[in-house]
Design a protein around this ligand. Structure first.
Ligand SMILES: Cc1ncc(COP(=O)(O)O)c(C=O)c1O
Length: 388
């Protein structure tokens, strides 16, 4: 599938320059159809009839197998969730914390990680060690900063694979091996990486990987998954127990991670999740990454040459990705986002730390869209912001 073919499946691309996949990707007509068909089939046979239950089971299994294959993980090591946050919470609240234990995060993290960290600090006396990592850090600097923050009280390292504010890629593989030398497990927030770049949990060596379907994968909202390394299964207890079997530690059970699921999955959404993985696999994650990166490079290059525009994202290939954060002199980011959307049909979002507007470049975006964004930013830099 090429970019034009993917755009055909995305009606939004006819009306808008949609560069906000990092928040939520548009859903293809194929995924929408798969969701509707599954729900119709389930309803036609009765959702709680033997056939209806089988449809639900099959949809969930198909999604779990598809996620596992995309992560290069064994199927039993993946459980479905409804979001990245859910996976992060299952791990962080499932651990046995003692006052004074340390949780290592960094100051670029999304509230998906900082909120549970703050709650653990308040409720359990956990010390949250938030390492300050400049958005434009080199990979070696990140490693040194993380290394100097690790100590014998560190109970887990929890970091995003790609930072949402600026698109900084984190050296997760190296961080995992450094942490493991001290016996410390690593939890990765994969919200911005799954579907954008190749994620191989075996190669990364991380212990937990939380992800969602609605961003770079362009799947439905309310889908996600959590990978748990088999040796870490017993490190966490279920947040809530659903029934006796699921709360048990019986590792002979066919699905050892089932005990971490609290809320039932919608078969329609699970089927849509699988379909979005199928489409991403058909395009090829390598092609998605390469396309996203080349458009982001083009945007960075054009912005750097535009008076009044500033690039706030990393530019080195090993640290950059398809998220580009930009500042425009004199323009408050919120006003810029609104103006771009209302007057020019360009969709981005504001971020803080660094403060700016973030554009996401996906496989369905084009070089001419990037040029239009640049031209518009130049025009707005010349017009200057005029408060109402
Ligand atoms: C790094 C990061 N983590 C977590 C999330 C939240 O994802 P979800 O809504 O799937 O929990 C986001 C959403 O923007 C994110 O960028």
């Amino acid at each position: 599938m090429n970019t034009d073919q993917l755009r055909e499946l995305l009606p939004v691309t006819r009306d808008l320059i949609y560069m906000n996949t990092g928040w939520a990707g548009p859903t293809t007509t194929q995924v929408l159809r798969r969701i509707a068909e599954t729900l119709e089939q389930e309803s036609a046979v009765g959702p709680a009839s033997a056939k209806g239950v089988a449809i639900g089971r099959e949809a969930n299994n198909e999604a779990r197998v598809a996620v596992a294959s995309m992560l290069n993980a064994a199927e039993v090591d993946v459980t479905l969730t409804h979001s990245t946050r859910e996976g992060v919470n299952v791990v962080l609240y499932g651990m046995d914390w003692k006052p004074g234990d340390e949780l290592l995060i960094c100051d670029l993290e999304h509230p998906a990680l900082t909120s549970p960290a703050n709650v653990l600090a308040q409720r359990m006396g956990v010390k949250v060690n938030s390492v300050a990592i400049p958005a434009l850090s080199q990979q070696s600097e990140i490693l040194n900063l993380v290394k100097s923050a690790l100590n014998k009280r560190t109970k887990i390292v929890a970091l995003s694979h790609i930072q949402y504010t600026c698109g900084l890629r984190m050296p997760i593989k190296e961080i995992s091996s450094m942490a493991h030398e001290m016996g410390i497990p690593v939890l990765v927030d994969g919200a911005q990486s799954f579907g954008q770049i190749d994620v191989n949990v075996d190669d990364l060596g991380c212990d937990f990987y939380a992800l969602s379907g609605q961003k770079w994968l362009m799947g439905p909202v309310g889908t996600g998954a959590l990978y748990v390394h088999p040796e870490r299964r017993n490190m966490i207890e279920p947040l809530f127990s659903t029934n006796a079997l699921e709360a048990s530690h019986d590792t002979t059970e066919r699905r050892p991670l089932a005990r971490f699921g609290l809320v039932s999955q919608s078969p329609g959404l699970a089927a849509g999740f699988s379909e979005s993985i199928r489409i991403a696999s058909e395009i090829g994650i390598g092609n998605i990454e390469q396309h996203a990166m080349s458009l982001a490079d083009l945007l960075r290059e054009r912005i750097a040459a535009t008076v009044g525009c500033n690039i706030l994202s990393p530019t080195l290939p090993e640290s950059a990705c398809g998220l580009v954060t930009v500042g425009l002199d004199g323009w408050p980011p919120e006003e810029l986002v609104t103006t771009l959307q209302e007057r020019f049909g360009i969709v981005g979002r504001t971020v803080q730390g660094p403060d700016g507007i973030r554009f996401s470049t996906h496989f369905f975006n084009t070089p001419s869209e990037v040029e239009k964004v640049r031209d518009t930013l130049e025009q707005l830099a010349i017009e200057k912001y005029k408060p109402a």
